[in-house]
Design a protein around this ligand. Structure first.
Ligand code: FES
Length: 349
């Protein structure tokens, strides 16, 4: 079951003309439930004009902070993001699912040299990771490369400059602006030339251990390819998509016919028949089964379940690894049955 808790907003601050930081007070009795790792996200459930919307937002605060803060950027036609930027007030309560997500920084006893590439609101989980990296070891080093249109649209700009001030020799930032030329910033987008400049020129003396990438898919693909071309191993690159492409990995939408499905959730078994064209998650929700989900777009990982019998194919997947897929894991929001029977277990993940 997807558990939601009512949390009170105790602070809203304007980050840019189109984005806000929303901080929740976590009551003592929920501190354990809402403990998180740097890089994770929460899901908010809210009724707007009588219709339930769920949205996932990355946490920007450090796990050591007293508050849990998220960044919400207004997106065109984004119902909840527009509401949050225009109508949400301090003191309001929202229904929030506890933190989850696999894009995390794990602190270590050994000093780490981390480089992060973020674009737009993709900065949000990187803020949490950067803060945690700085706090968790006195010799950790963090380089942030951050792309935006201009200074005004740069979320968390003041907080980033403050980190650079607080951790003078350990935290560095390279701003990249696509629509403004500024002193000490690069002009353009985060692309091959920017990545090469960071690795081979500006920070060439730093042997980075790990890279975190967060932003639109095209930026992540290009950055990751350029890192690999520079000899960075695959397993040193972590990424989180903030917008997914429309590309589908399979041809499952052409599927015809029906499948008998058995779903295990919270130790209860539900059986029903579904169209192969429908996603497993949509079919489960149509049956009024309270399965966990958030983005419904293959971007978060809230809807993961395991296939225990039968076969399903995903429209797209950039989250699960090949070995996880072999073990039977699926993103139910992207999965369509291809066998005539399918057993799916939400508890065994
Ligand atoms: S609900 Fe986000 S990946 Fe399925």
């Amino acid at each position: 079951m997807s558990d939601f808790y009512s949390l009170t907003i105790d602070k809203i601050s304007q980050l840019t003309p189109n984005s806000v930081a929303v901080s929740f007070a976590i009551p003592k009795e929920l501190e354990k439930v809402f403990a998180f790792e740097a890089g994770q996200y929460i899901t908010i459930k809210h009724k707007l004009e009588g219709e339930e919307v769920r949205r996932a937002y990355s946490i920007s605060s450090s796990p050591q902070d007293k508050h849990l803060t998220i960044g919400i950027k207004k997106v065109p036609e984004g119902r909840f993001s527009v509401y949050a930027n225009t109508s949400l007030k301090e003191g309001n309560q929202l229904l929030v699912m506890p933190p989850e997500g696999r894009f995390v920084y794990k602190s270590s006893d050994l000093p780490k040299k981390i480089c992060a590439f973020a674009a737009g609101s993709g900065i949000t989980p990187i803020m949490s990771i950067a803060r945690n990296v700085m706090e968790s070891h006195p010799e950790n080093i963090f380089v942030l490369v951050y792309g935006n249109q201009n200074k005004t649209e740069t979320m968390f700009r003041n907080e980033i400059l403050q980190l650079a001030e607080d951790y003078k020799n350990r935290f560095s930032v390279q701003f990249v602006y696509s629509k403004a030329r500024e002193e000490d910033s690069l002009f353009g987008r985060i692309d091959t030339s920017v990545v090469n400049f960071i690795l081979k020129n500006k920070f060439k003396e730093i042997a980075f251990n790990t890279f975190y990438l967060c932003g639109p898919e095209a930026m992540i693909n290009l950055t990751s390819e350029t890192l690999k071309a520079n000899g960075v191993p695959d397993d040193s690159i972590y990424f989180e998509l903030f917008t997914a492409s429309e590309n589908k990995d399979s041809e499952t939408l052409t599927l015809e016919g029906k499948t008998r499905v058995e779903v295990v959730l919270d130790d209860e078994v539900h059986s029903f028949i579904m169209d192969k064209k429908t996603s497993v998650l949509d079919a489960v929700l149509n049956e009024d089964i309270d399965a966990p989900y958030s983005c419904q777009g293959g971007v978060c990982s809230t809807c993961i379940a395991r296939i225990t019998e039968g076969e399903a194919k995903m429209d797209k997947n950039q989250i699960l690894t090949d070995s996880e897929i072999e073990e039977g894991f699926i993103l139910t929001c992207q999965a369509h049955p291809v066998s005539d029977t399918l057993k799916v277990d939400y508890d065994d993940v």
